[in-house]
Ligand binder design. Structure first.
Ligand SMILES: Cc1cc2nc3c(=O)[nH]c(=O)nc-3n(C[C@H](O)[C@H](O)[C@H](O)COP(=O)(O)O)c2cc1C
Length: 188
């Protein structure tokens, strides 16, 4: 496979604390990675740490000081957009077509495969509102990877619990390779 250009969008879920591990796993394949952080995600993952791991990091703060917007260029650059983790908030905004930050504007401009990895409390995940938004996003051809039973860090309990959580870094790599491969087969 030629170099895969992966655009990661990260939102403000506790799962964002593990983003470095996911990026390090993805780097086992030949890829370039650019990263968009929402303002809330920057409270969970340090932009400076991520700058050491990926090719470029984009934030709303950085955008605020530029005359040219990033989102069109980033959407054209990538082969696949991966939103990891995605919060209930960002899923709701995406389903409603809201574009009030760099990540969501890029998502709307993106005509490449989009993979979303939700991470949230079990009650939130099963709520009618979130499930309606998941169905809307799926109907728009976004791939939504549902959380499964995992050893997951629970912020409110400051402990790992066996409960719904994001797929593990190795599973993500496997799934990404398969979905991009499938997409290429469909296009060809
Ligand atoms: C400690 C903490 C952990 C959080 N974890 C999650 C989470 O796992 N999933 C989620 O949907 N929201 C979570 N939130 C709420 C989001 O941070 C909040 O909805 C935020 O507005 C999301 O912004 P964003 O989607 O623009 O990144 C958490 C909030 C706090 C304070």
């Amino acid at each position: 496979m030629s170099t895969l250009r992966i655009l990661i969008g990260c939102t403000g879920s506790i799962g964002a604390i593990n983003l470095p591990q996911y990026v390090m796993e993805l780097k086992k394949i030949e890829c370039e990675i650019k990263l968009i952080l929402t303002e809330e995600s920057s409270r969970f993952v340090q932009p400076l740490v991520m700058e050491c791991l990926v090719d470029d990091v984009y934030t709303d703060e950085l955008q605020a000081n530029k005359s040219a917007p990033f989102h069109i260029e980033l959407a054209s650059w990538c082969d696949v957009m991966l939103i990891l983790p995605i919060t209930a908030n960002s899923m709701g905004k995406a389903a409603a077509g809201i574009a009030d930050n760099v990540l969501l504007s890029t998502l709307i401009a993106c005509d490449k495969p989009v993979i979303m990895v939700p991470n949230m409390n079990e009650k939130m995940w099963h709520s009618r509102i979130v499930q309606r938004n998941v169905e809307t996003l799926k109907s728009l051809d976004m791939i939504v990877i549902p959380p499964t039973i995992q050893e997951t860090y629970i912020a409110s309990e400051k402990a790992y619990k066996t409960t719904l959580g994001m797929l593990q870094p190795k599973q993500l790599l496997h799934m990404l390779e398969n979905s991009v491969h499938l997409e290429k087969e469909i296009i060809n």
